[in-house]
Design a protein around this ligand. Structure first.
Ligand code: WQD
Length: 334
C-alpha cells in the first residue's frame, strides 16, 4: 500500500489523520518538530491502531534533515499539516509565522522535487476567504480568497495555496489537493488523542476544556451583539474524526493539477450553543462572562460542502454532541 509522510503528524489534526490512514491500510511516517505537540502521541497512535509509525523529530526549517527523510522514505504522497496556527500570536510575530509556515513549506516542496514525490494534500483554512460576504449557503471553493484576511496566519495559508497553484502550472505532473478546514473540534472516541496544545490556546474548545478542568475561572464569550439569533458568532464545527476521514477521501484525488475542497459540516453553531452543548454533555454548568468582541472575528462562517461530497464522496456524519462526548472522554483521560 502507499507510504504517506504526514508533516505535523503528532498534532491535533495530524494524529487523527494518521490513525484513519493506518486503519485504512496505508503505511504512515510522521515528521514533526514537537513545537505544539508531544512525542507520546506516537504511543497513543500505537495503542489505537496497533501500528507504531516511524517518527522523525525534524523541523521543516532544517532543509538537509528534511531532504534526508525524503531520500530514505520513498513516499507516494505528503499530507502537510506542520505549521504554527495561533491567530493572535501571528499578529504579534509575523516573521515567525512567515518563516515557519511559508519557509518550511518551501523546504518541504524542494525535498519533494528532489526525490520525485509529486503529490501533496495541504491543510488550509477557511480563513483564506477573508471577509467576503458568505451568502446564505456558506463559502464555496470558487469564491475569491486573500481579501480581507485579518492576520498573518491566514495569509500564510493563502500564500501557500498560491504557491501550490503556481507549481501545478509549471509542472503538469504535480498534484495538489487543498483542504480548507472550518472549525475542528472533538477527540478520538478512544479518549487517547485529542486537542492538547502546548501553551495558552486561542481556539474555543481548548479554552472550554481549561475552564472545565478549573484551570481558568470562566470562559470569555467574545461579543453577544452580532447579527445572529443569540448575538454570538456562528461557526462550522466539524468533528476531528470526520475531518481526518476527509483526508482519506482526498487521497483518492490523485490527478495532476489543483483541487480545492471545503471540509466542514455545512451547519453553523453559535458560541452560546457550544457552551450549552458542553454543559449538556458534562452535566455541569460552564461559567462564562460576555466580553467585548475579539478583533478579526466574523459573525458567521460556515461551509458549502457540496463539492467534497460530489467529487470525493465525503460528508461529515458526527455532530457537535458527539464531539462534546468525545472531548470529555479525552479530558477525563488526562
Ligand atoms: C470560534 C468562535 C470566537 C475563544 C480560527 C482560525 C481558523 C482555524 C480555527 C486553524 C469565535 C469565539 C473563542 C474564546 C470565544 N484555525 N471564542 N471565546 O476564530 O473561528 O477560527 O480557528 O486552522 O483558521 O481562524 O476559531 O475557536 O478561535 O473561535 O467567544 O475564548 O469562538 O469569538 O466566534 P475561529 P476560534
Amino acid at each position: 500500500m502507499d507510504k504517506i509522510l504526514i508533516t505535523g503528524g503528532t498534532g491535533y489534526i495530524g494524529s487523527h489523520t494518521a490513525v484513519e490512514l493506518i486503519n485504512a491500510g496505508y503505511e504512515v511516517e510522521i515528521l514533526d518538530n514537537l513545537a505544539n505537540s508531544k512525542a507520546s502521541v506516537i504511543d497513543r497512535i500505537f495503542e489505537i491502531t496497533g501500528v507504531r509509525p516511524v517518527f522523525h523529530q525534524v523541523d521543516l526549517l532544517d532543509s538537509s534533515a528534511v531532504l534526508k527523510v525524503f531520500k530514505e522514505g520513498s513516499f507516494s504522497s505528503v499530507i502537510h499539516f506542520a505549521g504554527l496556527k495561533a491567530v493572535a500570536e501571528s499578529v504579534e510575530k509575523p516573521l515567525l509565522y512567515y518563516e515557519n509556515n511559508v519557509g518550511g513549506t518551501l523546504n518541504l516542496l524542494k525535498a519533494m522535487y528532489e526525490t520525485g514525490v509529486s503529490r501533496i494534500v495541504f491543510s488550509s483554512s477557511a480563513t483564506v476567504y477573508g471577509d467576503i460576504p458568505i451568502g446564505g449557503h456558506g463559502f464555496t471553493e470558487d469564491m475569491p480568497t486573500g481579501r480581507g484576511i485579518t492576520n498573518p496566519y491566514g495569509r500564510t495559508k493563502y500564500m501557500i495555496e498560491e504557491i501550490l497553484k503556481d507549481i501545478c502550472i509549471s509542472d503538469p505532473t504535480f498534484s495538489a489537493t487543498i483542504l480548507r478546514y472550518f472549525n475542528p473540534i472533538g477527540a478520538h472516541p478512544s479518549g487517547l488523542i485529542g486537542e492538547d496544545p502546548n501553551g495558552i490556546p486561542n481556539n474555543l474548545m481548548p479554552l472550554v476544556m481549561r475552564v472545565a478542568r478549573k484551570e481558568m475561572p470562566e470562559l470569555s464569550v467574545f461579543g453577544n451583539d452580532y447579527e445572529t439569533p443569540d448575538g454570538t458568532c456562528i461557526r462550522d464545527y466539524i468533528h476531528i474524526v470526520d475531518l481526518a476521514k476527509g483526508h482519506l477521501a482526498a487521497l483518492s484525488h490523485a490527478e495532476p493539477g489543483v483541487a480545492i475542497y471545503n471540509l466542514g459540516t455545512g451547519r453553523g453553531t453559535s458560541v452560546l450553543e457550544m457552551v450549552a452543548a458542553f454543559e449538556k454533555a458534562s452535566g455541569e454548568s460552564l461559567p462564562y462572562r460576555t466580553m467585548p468582541r475579539r478583533a478579526g472575528d466574523l459573525p458567521i462562517v460556515f461551509a458549502d460542502v457540496s463539492k467534497a461530497f460530489s467529487e470525493l464522496g465525503f460528508k461529515a456524519t458526527l455532530s457537535v454532541d458527539d464531539a462534546m462526548r468525545d472531548t470529555l472522554k479525552f479530558l477525563r483521560n488526562q
